[in-house]
Design a protein around this ligand. Structure first.
Ligand SMILES: NC(=O)C1=CN([C@@H]2O[C@H](COP(=O)(O)OP(=O)(O)OC[C@H]3O[C@@H](n4cnc5c(N)ncnc54)[C@H](OP(=O)(O)O)[C@@H]3O)[C@@H](O)[C@H]2O)C=CC1
Ligand SMILES: O=C(O)[C@@H]1CCC=N1
Length: 286
């Protein structure tokens, strides 16, 4: 039984952006030792080499190494796309043992579906982190199958706390967590893109517009965090009657800015559910 994360062999299946965010967070924050982290993917060798060069994590030298890495892992992280989970679990199913802890970051796919694909009940943690985990500022929603022990809950929470903040939620709430904070960084980047474009349209250089945009977002987020005041109160403090901000907010309201964001998140939440259901249907699972 693993009591210290640094003694745990962690096998990460999938080597994409979310996988790298987790790897970088774990290694840079000294939560896991590089030689204890085993990363594998479907076929992209260049990508595995790149992760090895960057973080010194272990990668399979030949295809046959994957089986041993999975068999000997204490913790298995599922980090492939939802459409690939059935195929991937079919491959690893014979290699698993009941002592292993499975952590999924796969959007939309229910614990029940993972169990059905594995044809057994194992300790499964379903999570929804985001890519800001890369710099230790991730936001993760997490839920647990009934097989997960208290000690395993702590281990999983420690992993995600090492790369940001963690909120335990009911599994059904992970779809809204996905729509809000899983996809959330993309909405903020989209806003930043628009702010930079607006600055450049007004005559600023790209560098100046980017620097001002970035600091504005960091400053605003930290104001909410450090003053404890609500975004609504802080917004009103910026908005002088008859002033520039008020004029801008009137335009945003004409474009239904707030409603647009809320609809977007509702759609992402719905999409998370759909992606889970698509797998259930395609595999004829219950
Ligand atoms: N990106 C994000 O912001 C977030 C993503 N997630 C979730 O994380 C998961 C991964 O997303 P992301 O990193 O963006 O995806 P990417 O497309 O960047 O990476 C997917 C990885 O899965 C690998 N893969 C595919 N099939 C298999 C297989 N059968 N066995 C082993 N590995 C396989 C791919 O390997 P190869 O390249 O060789 O095909 C690739 O390395 C998704 O389920 C997503 O929902 C969760 C939170 C945030
Ligand atoms: O877009 C996606 O499906 C994934 C899940 C959350 C963020 N990226």
């Amino acid at each position: 039984m693993i009591t210290n994360l640094r003694d745990a062999r962690i096998a990460i299946i999938g080597a994409g952006s979310m996988s790298e965010a987790l790897i970088r967070g774990l290694i840079r924050h000294n939560i896991a030792l590089p030689h204890m982290v085993f990363v594998m993917n479907q076929s992209n060798q260049d990508r595995l080499q790149e992760l090895h060069r960057r973080y010194r994590v272990a990668i399979p030298a030949v295809e046959a190494d994957k089986a041993g890495m999975i068999r000997e892992a204490h913790i298995l992280v599922l980090a492939m796309k939802p459409k690939d989970i059935a195929n991937s679990l079919a491959n690893i199913k014979p290699l698993l043992n009941p002592k292993q802890l499975i952590i999924s970051v796969v959007a939309g796919v229910k614990i029940q579906t993972i169990e059905a694909l594995l044809e057994r009940s194992l300790p499964i943690v379903r999570s929804m982190p985001n890519t800001s985990a890369t710099i230790g500022l991730g936001a993760t929603g997490i839920s647990f199958s009934s097989q997960v022990s208290e000690q395993q809950k702590e281990i999983a929470s420690d992993i995600f706390e090492s790369i940001g903040v963690v909120t335990t939620v009911d599994e059904a709430e992970l779809d809204i967590v996905t729509g809000l904070s899983g996809s959330g960084p993309a909405y903020v980047y989209y806003l930043m893109e628009a702010l930079v474009k607006a600055g450049m349209n007004g005559g600023l250089s790209q560098e100046a517009a980017t620097a001002l945009t970035m600091q504005t977002l960091i400053g605003a987020a930290n104001m909410v965090k450090e003053t404890g005041e609500s975004p609504d109160v802080l917004r009103h403090k910026v908005t002088s009657p008859g002033g520039t901000t008020n004029a801008a907010i009137e335009v945003l309201n004409q474009y239904q800015f707030s409603e647009g964001i809320q609809h977007a998140i509702a759609r992402a939440t719905e999409r998370s559910k759909e992606m889970g259901e698509e797998i259930v249907k395609s595999m004829n699972l219950k």
